[in-house]
Design a protein around this ligand. Structure first.
Ligand code: BES
Ligand code: MN
Ligand code: ZN
Length: 481
């Protein structure tokens, strides 16, 4: 979507739809007061009224509630509702009069985000509808935005990246397989500051990535470790790691049929990492980044790992694979060790890791586990700023104790269903080589969030959080990382 910042007057905007926020106890601007429809304007949050002043042709008054309650989240919601109205009336361009606010740049960025995310559709496998596809909003103008740091442009790039991540999530597993993700990484590496490395089976053998190889053994498709290195020349060396299981049948510990079709989205963490990396490069942020996707298909066949098999991970720890459906931690374990050894100073992994986190936190918060309070706080704060929420859950010696194996160092799953997300996190922590690390379990937030600006289906969760995290690190003066 095209984004423009302008100091123009809403009353003379040429946009197909002009959007104006209305707060409790405040009057409509004088030029709108007598317009047809003005009597219907309401200020309650999320109330909408379409006015037809003639010039501009259409003005949407969007209720924002109390001015003191206005924040970026409300702006994202308001923008999403406006974008939906724009689609309904066939408007191809929107202009938003950015409401006055002490953090006006954040509000402008949030309006941009809400507009772009709400306009997302995945219809590439559908024949055109009889009534034709709904009009798409192709241009957004922010009127009266004060934005010295270019926050709206950052939001635009990040939201477009999130929509590309949603495409990857939505693509079925017969299309988006490990080779497809590697090809997408290759496109991202066409950017001059990004370099691609793909480790296939021979390299994985040579390195000793027993987890990734074991999970991949049952599939006709080769597993891979996809690596993108971005050099933005900043003070921070970040590592992003994304679980990219392109389909999770559970393997020999086969999932029940009802819960299987959705498992094409078990690469959501990888999708977020890939597209966030593309966005960071597009924005030219001053950070160094290594982005790593262990990618694999978890299938049952004659070569698949069996429950009870013992494997050796990259760091030398042996693992009893008691449940082949707990595959994410096996591939992430190798990827985390590898990323730490690449010199990343702060690592975040993003993974659709456990069904239990969906039970605990639903689709509102991702589970966040970290070995460092400062880093946990930074990850949560970046997410809060962009509307991708994460709630911290604990590491504890007793969870680590639960991961001990009977005949090997570790087991990948417990016999009881205790503390599923924390068993998994305590397992992962043992592969981080002591590097500052945070883990986001996005099994609940990757799909069916159902918020106004993300709706049902793929959410792209994590993409915008990661871009915001990189932006905040890039904003730091060198030496203060
Ligand atoms: N990919 C699943 C987790 C998942 C569940 C993602 C629901 C999205 C929605 C993961 O690989 C898995 O199967 N986890 C198991 C672990 C268990 C066997 C210890 C689970 O959560 O049931
Ligand atoms: Mn699984
Ligand atoms: Zn999985």
């Amino acid at each position: 979507m095209r984004l423009e910042l302008s100091d123009g007057d809403p009353a003379t905007s040429p946009a197909d739809l002009v959007c104006i926020g209305a707060c409790d106890g405040e009057e409509l601007p004088a030029w709108l007061a007598g317009a047809p429809g003005a009597a219907d304007a309401r200020t309650g949050f999320k109330e909408l009224a379409m006015l037809r002043p003639g010039v501009p042709a259409r003005v949407l008054v969007v209720g924002l509630g109390r001015r003191g309650d206005l924040d970026p989240e409300r702006a994202r919601v308001a923008a999403a509702l406006a974008a939906r109205e724009a689609g309904r009336v066939g408007a191809a361009s929107i202009a938003w009069a950015v409401p006055d606010h002490e953090r006006q740049a954040s509000i402008g960025a949030a309006l941009t985000t809400g507009t772009i995310l709400a306009g997302y559709r995945f219809d590439r496998f559908k024949r055109d509808d009889e009534d034709g596809p709904e009009a798409r909003v192709g241009a957004l103008t922010l009127l009266g935005a004060v934005d010295p740091e270019g926050r709206a442009e950052t939001a635009r790039v990040a939201a477009e990246a999130a929509n590309r991540a949603r495409d990857l999530q939505n693509l079925p597993a017969n299309v988006a397989d490990p080779a497809y993700l590697a090809a997408r990484a290759g496109e991202i590496a066409e950017h001059g500051a990004v370099e691609l490395e793909v480790l296939g089976p021979p390299e994985l053998e040579r390195e000793g990535m027993g987890g990734l190889l074991a999970v991949g053994a049952g599939s006709a498709k080769d597993p891979a470790l996809i690596v993108l290195r971005y050099r933005g020349g900043g003070a921070s060396r970040l590592g992003f790691v994304g679980k990219a299981v392109t389909f999770d049948t559970g393997g020999i510990s086969l999932k029940p049929p009802a819960s299987m079709p959705e498992m094409k989205m078990d690469m959501s963490g990888g999708a977020a990492v890939l597209e966030a990396t593309a966005a960071v490069a597009e924005l030219g942020l001053a950070v160094d980044l290594v982005s790593v996707l262990p990618t694999v298909e978890n299938m049952p066949d004659g070569a698949a790992i069996r429950p009870g098999d013992v494997i050796t991970q990259l760091n030398g720890l042996t693992v009893e694979v008691n449940n082949t459906d707990a595959e994410g931690r096996l591939i992430l374990a190798d990827a985390l060790t590898w990323t730490a050894r690449q010199g990343a100073e702060r690592i975040v992994d993003v993974a659709t890791l456990t069904g239990a986190v969906v039970v605990a936190l639903g689709s509102t918060y991702a589970g966040l586990v970290a070995n460092d309070d400062g880093w946990a706080g930074e990850v949560a704060a970046a997410g809060e700023a962009v509307g991708e929420l994460a709630w911290r859950l604990p590491l504890h010696r007793e969870y680590t104790e639960m991961t001990k194996g009977k005949i090997a160092d570790l087991a990948n799953a417990g016999s009881k269903r205790k503390a599923g997300p924390l068993f998994a996190a305590a397992f992962l922590e043992q592969f981080t080589e002591g590097v500052t690390w945070a883990h986001l379990d996005i099994a609940g937030t990757a799909w069916d969030v159902g918020r106004e600006y993300v709706g049902k289906g793929a959410s792209g969760f994590g993409t915008r959080l990661l871009v915001e995290l990189a932006r905040r690190h890039a904003a730091r003066p060198a030496g203060r990382a």
